[in-house]
Design a protein around this ligand. Structure first.
Ligand SMILES: Cc1cc2nc3c(=O)[nH]c(=O)nc-3n(C[C@H](O)[C@H](O)[C@H](O)COP(=O)(O)OP(=O)(O)OC[C@H]3O[C@@H](n4cnc5c(N)ncnc54)[C@H](O)[C@@H]3O)c2cc1C
Length: 372
């Protein structure tokens, strides 16, 4: 019997495997694809503060995985464009397949076993994982299977709400700002993005349930924002927008990452929250294995730490869906610069935990009234 089996060597699964192996826990990871990090689906925009908090910033820098650092955000609505620049970089565009490979190699170096080309076909509440290489039994099974959450659904746990996305990597003849990310707010339900990968290369994407076919609007956005482009790569994915599930654990099974809904409800960004969850879950697993704790302590601890931030982000998401993101986008571009600067998460601490921007904006607006 293994101590922990993890399904999926994406960021969430590999990061958890690293943190568990560091604690001397026996861990086996199954990955259905032959190569870690492939096929990619992420835009790669990660907060610098978040990367530092989960212990990866210096490693990511040392391995040359930062393609460019970001200190500005440009809001693009159908009528107006506004740019907010911070004094220092607050985010980075990271080579995502490279990041997943780095974290998997850290896990393997600490003794985690990673079996690629092995699909898990079923997990059960008593800790069994049926795979294409036979059945394995573990004291704890962690699903880190990504947004489709197929195994969790078999256990009767719902799939988180997702929005389909399409992306293209392009080369352009026009010089682009390599330190500014564009947020393109044209559709009602979700936004698009133009992410610099270098001076003349960019990643353009859009997530939406309503636009069909998505890819042709992505190509139009690329042409609109960047001029004539040469498409180098086309890829897609599912952005999780529901926010985290109430309960992650059932029997000997728990979950982490996209399948647990652990993304920011505002943007669908999930790398930082997956890392934070890995830190929490690795502590809980250690106490469960030593007989001092229960697996659902993870659920309680997670929500105790994160409920404030998640509630803020869910409220923002609700506002966006009531008014439509295209309308909210237009209104934002009409705001005075000092308010816009406060609302957009362009500081290192507010990029990943966006409640900070809202609190900062509210306190700035209310402070003169309270003191007057
Ligand atoms: C278009 C798009 C853009 C995004 N941009 C950003 C961004 O800029 N910043 C950010 O922070 N987040 C972003 N995200 C979200 C981010 O990619 C995810 O939150 C993050 O990758 C979560 O990782 P995960 O390990 O939970 O899932 P995944 O990365 O999907 O990994 C799941 C792994 O499990 C494997 N697997 C699945 N089922 C099985 C099985 N049955 N047996 C064995 N293996 C299995 C899969 O092959 C995969 O390797 C984006 C998402 C999308 C779709």
């Amino acid at each position: 019997m293994r101590e922990v089996v993890i399904v999926g060597a994406g960021f969430a699964g590999s990061y958890l495997a690293w943190r568990l192996a560091e604690r001397g826990i026996d861990v086996l990871v199954f990955e259905e694809h032959p190569r870690i990090g492939e096929p990619p689906h992420c835009a790669g925009v990660l907060g610098l503060d978040g990367l530092a908090r989960i212990g990866l910033l210096s490693l990511v820098r040392a391995r040359g995985l930062i393609l460019t650092e970001i200190r500005g955000m440009r809001l693009v609505s159908y009528r107006r464009v506004r740019t907010v620049l911070a004094e220092r970089p607050f985010a980075a565009i990271v080579d995502r397949p490279g990041l997943d490979k780095l974290v998997a190699s850290l896990a393997a170096d600490r003794g985690a076993e990673i079996m690629t080309s092995t699909k898990v076909t079923q997990v059960s509440l008593d800790g069994r994982a049926r795979t294409t290489r036979g059945e394995f039994k573990a004291r704890i099974v962690v699903c880190a299977e990504g947004a489709r959450a197929a195994l969790l659904r078999m256990l009767g746990m719902r799939q988180p709400a997702v929005v389909p996305a399409a992306q293209v990597d392009v080369k352009t003849s026009r010089a682009i700002d390599s330190d500014v990310v564009e947020v393109v707010m044209l559709t009602r339900d979700f936004f698009g993005w133009v992410v610099p990968l270098g001076e003349r290369e960019a990643r353009v994407g859009l997530a939406s349930r309503t636009v069909k076919p998505l890819l042709s609007l992505v190509r139009r956005i690329a042409k609109w924002r960047l001029g004539d482009v040469e498409v180098r790569r086309v890829f897609g994915g599912l952005v999780v927008v529901s926010g985290p599930r109430r309960r992650f654990s059932l029997g000997r099974v728990t979950c982490i990452g996209d399948c647990a809904g652990q993304t920011k409800p505002t943007t669908g960004g999930g790398v930082f929250l997956s890392g934070l969850s890995g830190l929490i879950l690795s502590r809980v697993v250690e106490s469960v294995l030593s007989g001092r704790g229960r697996l659902d302590d993870y659920d309680r601890l997670w929500w105790r730490l994160m409920s404030g931030h998640i509630s803020y982000m869910r409220a923002l998401r609700r506002v966006m869906s009531i008014f439509g993101l295209n309308t909210v986008g237009l209104l934002l571009t009409l705001l005075p610069s000092e308010v816009l600067e406060l609302l957009l998460p362009v500081s290192r601490e507010s990029f990943d935990l966006q409640a900070y921007s809202v609190v900062k904006a509210l306190s700035r607006v209310l402070r003169p009234r309270l003191s007057g």
